[in-house]
Write a protein that binds this ligand. Sequence first.
Ligand code: ARG
Length: 402
Amino acid sequence: MTERIVLAYSGGLDTSVAIGWIQEATGAEVVAMAVDVGQGGEALDTIRQRALDCGAVEAYVADARDEFANEYCMPGLKANTLYMGAYPNVSALSRPVIAKHLVAAAKQFGASTVSHGCTGKGNDQVRFEVAITSLAPELKTIAPVRDLALTREAAIEYAERNELPIVTTKNNPFSIDQNVWGRAVETGFLEDIWNGPTKDVYDYTNDPAFPPPADELIITFEKGIPVAIDGNAVTPLEAIMQLNERAGRQGIGRIDIVEDRLVGIKSREVYEAPGAMTLIAAHQELENITLEREQARFKRTVDQRWTELVYDGQWFSELKGSLDAFIDDTQEHVSGDIRMILHGGRATVTGRRSENTLYDFNLATYDEGQSFDQSAARGFIDIYGLSSKQATARNQRLGYSH
Ligand code: ARG
């Protein structure tokens, strides 16, 4: 039986050309698999047909939208995932679910090798391959763009020579990766980091400088997960999609940063994640009233470590699993409502309520009837400041500057 290779297929130029390249280089048959993580764009049937037209022996589409939202985006939300304080790990969250489907397909089609279209300069090759090796150590991986040195020019030339049914995008200068959690745009004139993004870079968001009237909404969370918007029940996928729509209209969630890739390169990225950024802002504020102070402080460290592990392709690692357990435990009481105003590029929290609130009006108020014993503060400060006071006295006695 001829060997089979399962290729993670996007429908774009590189992976379309990869079908033929892999077959020529290895003599194996290529099974193309497209994973729907809510990237939108072309109909998946069109993509499937294109894979077959490009020479795949089988092509199929896995609908992973709910799985992606429930099992990847929601853990990201619980961790308030913002790499370098800014990037909600859009591409990083999608790689492990795609890898999972690749591995399942390899088993189903009896393939010993899987393949992806990443270059050798990015994070995504690492994420795919570390995920694959964690799930199925026996599988081999081939990355034609990297391993067979498939350049963009060569790919276009190959597609034209073989009359592959693809829209050759000689003029589209950007490398784009998108899913329901957001959209990443890089390369082209954005590589000059002084150049501002032009209008055509954006797709999920409108220009925040000319917003429609303000949009007020209430997001209800249960244990850290959005369960209703304005009182209407939603699944995680629906929540993200609805907020992409409403926050996107207001130009919320545009991000422009130079980020530290795992491979050591600093790269300029423009992201749009209207739903993700709105949800994270709401979730963080709900945590502010429901998490105990020390737990909240420690969780910020855990969130950041979790985020770096996920960015670095360690989704299936032991440490990430242990941090998940901690984060899940903290979400026990993160239930309640957050009211927000979406307007002109900002998602602003204006109200919060929860049965589990730790905010105590009677403790916080400066009005009559407050229950906090201010006279106790004096003694607390005397003891709390004692060790610093002692150190300063010693330094003064001996003439040290500190
Ligand atoms: N730099 C981002 C990351 O590593 C996005 C990469 C997405 N790929 C792309 N072709 N734009 O998560």
